[in-house]
Design a protein around this ligand. Structure first.
Ligand code: PEP
Ligand code: MN
Length: 256
């Protein structure tokens, strides 16, 4: 049985819900986040993602706004009554970030950063643990144990694709990890079709497949103007594309 992680505001991960988390790859400025917050809440989306600390492959690329970004997220959270998912890279930032974030994201590159896992395990915030890009399901579940051993059992897993020989897509989205995780653990699991495919046109079909295969939700990158995004614009949906996705998921859920 999947446990239900209730983050308040009527938002649950696990159980019967298929929860859509959306937002930009990176928090860039107040105007960007205001337009995204307004747009998402008009569609009834209650969980906002946005990276303030960015784990970039190239150290010369935009690294995120840091705590300034978290403050922008907090303003949107208060104004639109949304819950915030944001990544933490450094265990030393957890305490200061605590009041800004509702779900602490541990990114793919840090899935086996054991000191970081232990530190988030000591908090009472739900943790979104992304699958390491070269990690087996067993290693992923062992990483969960690093968190739960410290006392925090509120873990949401996120399948975000793994590296294979295939490079048409950014990663290979391993959707069968969803029922596998369901059979091996009690944690809810969501899918990240944005990083999982790296291609805008594949995000809707991958989201529909995630729903069909039993995922507890998805996390999707959106941007008011993807061509101008400071990170991951090529895999971000614009508002129109996201609205089509949200409507399609609503329609499919109602068929059940
Ligand atoms: C992200 O969510 O923007 C991100 C960096 O994801 P991942 O850790 O899955 O690459
Ligand atoms: Mn991203």
């Amino acid at each position: 049985m999947t446990k239900i992680i209730d983050i308040g505001n009527g938002v649950k991960f696990g159980g019967d819900d298929f929860t859509i988390v959306a937002g930009p790859c990176s928090v860039e400025n107040e105007e960007q986040m205001e337009s995204i917050g307004k747009f998402l809440s008009s569609l009834g989306i209650k969980v906002l993602r946005g990276g303030a600390f960015k784990p970039r492959t190239d150290p010369n690329d935009f690294q995120g706004l840091g705590f300034e970004g978290l403050k922008i997220l907090k303003n949107i959270k208060d104004k639109y009554k949304m819950k915030i998912v944001s990544e933490i890279l450094d265990p030393r930032d957890i305490e200061r970030a605590y009041n800004y974030i509702d779900i602490i994201q541990i990114g793919s590159r840090n899935m086996q950063n054991f000191p970081l896992l232990k530190e988030v395990g000591k908090t009472d915030k739900p943790v979104l643990l992304k699958r390491g890009m070269s990690s087996s399901i067993e290693e992923w579940l062992k990483a969960c144990e690093y968190i739960s051993m410290e006392g925090n059992e509120n873990i949401i897993l996120c399948e975000r694709g793994i590296r294979t020989f295939e490079n048409y897509t950014r990663n290979t989205l391993d959707l069968v990890s969803v029922p596998t995780i369901k059979s091996l653990s009690e944690y809810p699991i969501i899918v990240d079709p944005s990083h999982g495919t790296g291609r805008r046109e594949l995000i809707l079909p991958a989201t529909k497949a995630s729903l069909a295969i039993g995922a507890d939700g998805v996390i999707i990158e959106i941007h008011p103007n993807p061509e101008m995004a400071l990170s991951d614009g090529f895999q971000s949906l614009n508002f129109h594309e996201f609205e089509i996705l949200a409507n399609e998921i609503k329609r499919l859920k109602n068929l059940n």
